[in-house]
Design a protein around this ligand. Sequence first.
Ligand SMILES: Cc1cc2nc3c(=O)[nH]c(=O)nc-3n(C[C@H](O)[C@H](O)[C@H](O)COP(=O)(O)OP(=O)(O)OC[C@H]3O[C@@H](n4cnc5c(N)ncnc54)[C@H](O)[C@@H]3O)c2cc1C
Length: 452
Amino acid sequence: MGESSSNSGDLHVAIVGAGIGGLACAIACRRANPPLRVTVFERAPELLTIGAGIHIPPNACRVVTRFGLLEKLKQAGGYEVQDFTLRRYQNGQILVEKPLKGRVEAEYGAQWIGDYQNVLLDEAVLSGAHIMTNAEVTGVQSASDGPQTVLLKDGRSISTDVVIGADGLWSGVREIVLERPFAPAETGDLAYRGTFTRDQLKAFNNERIDKLLEQSNIQVWLGPGKHAVFYPLRNHTEYNLVLIVADDLPSGVRTSQGSLEELAANFEGWDPILSDVISCLKSALKWKLLHFEELDQWTKGVIALLGDASHPTLPYQGQGAAMAVEDGAILGLLLTKLQNAGLPLNQNEKNARLASLFRLYENLRKERTKVNVEGAVHTRHYYHLSDGDEQRNRDRELSELPGKRWKGSCSFNWGDAQYQQSLLGFDVLADAEKKFDEWVAGVQEPVSKSAL
Ligand SMILES: Cc1cc2nc3c(=O)[nH]c(=O)nc-3n(C[C@H](O)[C@H](O)[C@H](O)COP(=O)(O)OP(=O)(O)OC[C@H]3O[C@@H](n4cnc5c(N)ncnc54)[C@H](O)[C@@H]3O)c2cc1C
């Protein structure tokens, strides 16, 4: 796991948090030639599976493909998702089946893959990032005329050039950036999450469950104020069930063990196959779902935030981790290009140049991630419609989408071709390269473009 400093460039990047976003940033920084020096601080005593059950939609798949990881993902059990099926809650009737396999690659330039497993973690380690576990960051001492100092709970301190706060929903680095406490807001929803092995579900000897198991689909049942999501993991050897209901956890309680009776009661009167699947659960964790609309400030000097630290979202567009991967990859790309362009030797000027680069990063990311947070709230509205006119209009619009070959407009973002194109098809790395070149041309002391 050692970091090789002999083949590393000058820039030392400290990343707080070894979640999906922090690891994507670490990989992107290590792909530089020469690689940046990267230290990832993770407070957990060990890194268990990171990214199991988290889908990789085409916008994130484009990034991991650029990292050269698509084949590794498939070898680790990542499969290409076939379809995205929306069903009516009462009887499981298919409202619409959106084809993903083949179509998304043609339309958005990348595939839709099942889950990350530990591929990002393995790659970050292999690439030479130094990952420290049991390393809780408690503060950062900033100096405009010197390096930054990352302070750890156990008293250690580490000197670095930049600090990336990839420390998730309850980010402490966010409070350093904002210089005040800032907690995410309750959304009013909570998620029960449970997993099954294939054998557990097979043992049920239920024809309809068996049929469900053969599909490489994301299945979503839409009902008044609630929805249910079911999909395979690890090449169909495991399955994930996520059930969304109104939040009844006391304020301040983030997770708790859910009661299976209460859970089953929540979905009484829904598609019997869903009740059958729920009855196979041995336990289900309850998660309060939190988000915020927009954070004014993502950076302070040479400290920047990414992922859930800066834009936590309801998970209803399946984009939380994907946006964190985009953030991390862009930060790595920008820092790499700046290092290759040559940084000023004077520490004050170096910090000023890095701070300006981080403002460019913030500008690149804010609008896109805000659109995603709002899109997830919009999706909640359409997923959770009560029976009535609006629900019937939604179902009619959905049923017309295959006839329009998924090309037209739709009131519900999920079916709107333009919305989906900008979410899944936009090449954020190509855009960041272009904006970096414009930024270089505009900075006070222009850097030689031939060096880039
Ligand atoms: C029910 C549910 C379903 C979801 N489904 C999807 C999905 O299908 N697709 C999708 O894209 N997203 C999904 N998400 C969202 C996704 O899980 C998150 O957006 C994503 O994991 C955020 O990654 P991150 O790297 O920003 O933060 P995290 O994964 O939270 O990582 C933060 C890391 O920082 C560490 N840390 C925190 N504080 C410190 C400190 N002081 N010092 C050192 N280390 C620290 C933590 O231990 C952690 O390892 C879902 C979320 C939920 C709740």
